[in-house]
Design a protein around this ligand. Structure first.
Ligand SMILES: Nc1ncnc2c1ncn2[C@@H]1O[C@H](COP(=O)(O)OP(=O)(O)OP(=O)(O)O)[C@@H](O)[C@H]1O
Ligand SMILES: [Mg+2]
Length: 353
């Protein structure tokens, strides 16, 4: 494309050449100046016109096209770090149009991806608000219902009053849990949580989590064990409070969703300078199609069942944020009717904060 990268001088020359040629031909055809030879029409007049129209064309092209393009160029290249390119390109007239073209292309591509990211965020935001309102609505309406029944005379009935008050309290506890989880998730998503990293013994923390969940496990006769060979101290460098949250949710899930008389094992495996921590159960397992979405906010495999357990589907999303805040990874593998294993890594070396 010969005309694609024309420069200011070339554009002006082209215009003046066109004017000169057209006028030469027109004058010749019209035979406008008496006594002038054919050569005069075809050579002298076009030459004079060429010389005179060139600076005029140059001036107007510069005024009406180049200066405006320069303004547009300045507008699209206001991003930080582009200033140097902008100034040098503006001085070098020869590369100017090409630089503008490249800059506008870059600008358009970056705007396109920004628009797409904003659209994705907007869909995400709508879904999130829908989910939050739905989750909050249930316990609020339930508690409201129990309290209204009590006010409508239920208070006098000794059979009903304690039961309804307990049910209202349970719903309010659930509400408090959801709000707490949402606050925590929000802190992670806005990066406003500072990790308090230190060396601590993960075996000791796991024993603590087992003690805390023992009562819940005993109700389903589920056994919680640390795999053999895990008896000795294993130091990891992480935020103890947050890792406590991760382990609690994983062990809690294995109990909530596990079979009666089941078994949950927690194992530790050295992987170079990291420790892999795995929580495995012999529960019902999770079908393949759910695995990829399991760490999404509010995602539940069986909504009715998990809600029955008091679950909001925020637990694994929070775990993922916590593990990723440590710059580590969390994963899941599962087989239906065999069981589920969640694993995450932690560093065994001190990391920069
Ligand atoms: N060990 C497991 N076995 C089978 N299903 C599981 C297991 N762990 C998680 N799930 C499924 O994954 C879903 C998401 O778990 P997650 O911990 O995020 O939420 P939750 O337990 O429902 O609620 P929360 O943890 O907020 O109380 C659960 O609802 C459940 O369907
Ligand atoms: Mg959970």
């Amino acid at each position: 494309m010969a005309f694609k990268n024309l420069k200011l001088r070339q554009v002006s020359l082209l215009i003046s050449l066109t004017v000169a040629t057209v006028s030469g031909i027109a004058l010749c055809a019209e035979d406008m100046v008496d006594g002038w030879s054919f050569q005069a029409y075809m050579v002298v007049i076009p030459l004079i016109l060429l010389v005179t129209t060139f600076p005029i064309a140059h001036y107007f092209v510069d005024l009406f096209i180049y200066r405006r393009i320069k303004i547009l160029y300045k507008l699209v290249s206001t991003e930080k770090g582009r200033k140097e390119l902008k100034n040098s390109a503006l001085q070098e007239e020869d590369d100017f149009l090409q630089a503008v073209e490249e800059e506008v292309r870059r600008y358009s591509t970056s705007k396109q991806s920004e628009i797409q990211a904003l659209k994705r965020m907007e869909t995400y935001r709508k879904e999130f608000i829908g989910n939050v309102s739905h989750e909050l609505k249930t316990p609020i309406f339930n508690a409201q219902g129990y309290i209204e029944t009590l006010l409508d005379g239920g208070m006098e009935d000794r059979e009903v009053n304690i039961k309804y008050l307990e049910k209202a309290t349970r719903n309010l506890d659930r509400l408090a849990n959801i709000v707490e989880d949402l606050i925590m998730l929000n802190q992670y998503e806005t990066d406003s949580t500072q990790l308090d990293t230190q060396f601590f013994d993960i075996t000791e923390l796991t024993k603590q989590v087992i003690d805390e969940q023992e009562l819940l496990a005993s109700k389903k006769n589920i056994e919680l064990v640390i795999k053999e060979d895990a008896g000795f101290q294993r130091k990891v460098f992480a935020d103890r409070k947050h890792i406590h949250h991760v382990l609690s949710n994983l062990v809690n899930n294995s109990i909530k969703y596990g079979h009666e008389n089941g078994l949950t094992k927690i194992g530790f495996y050295d992987v170079e300078d990291k420790l892999l921590i795995e929580v495995s159960d012999n529960g019902p397992g999770i079908a393949n199609e759910h695995l990829a979405r399991l760490f999404e906010r509010f995602y539940r495999v069986d909504k009715a069942r998990s809600r029955g357990h008091g679950g909001t589907g925020l637990g694994l999303a929070i775990c993922k944020h916590i593990v990723e805040a440590h710059k580590e990874k969390i994963h899941v593998r599962s087989s239906l009717d065999v069981g589920t294993t969640f694993g995450f890594t932690l560093s065994t070396r001190a990391l920069e904060k």
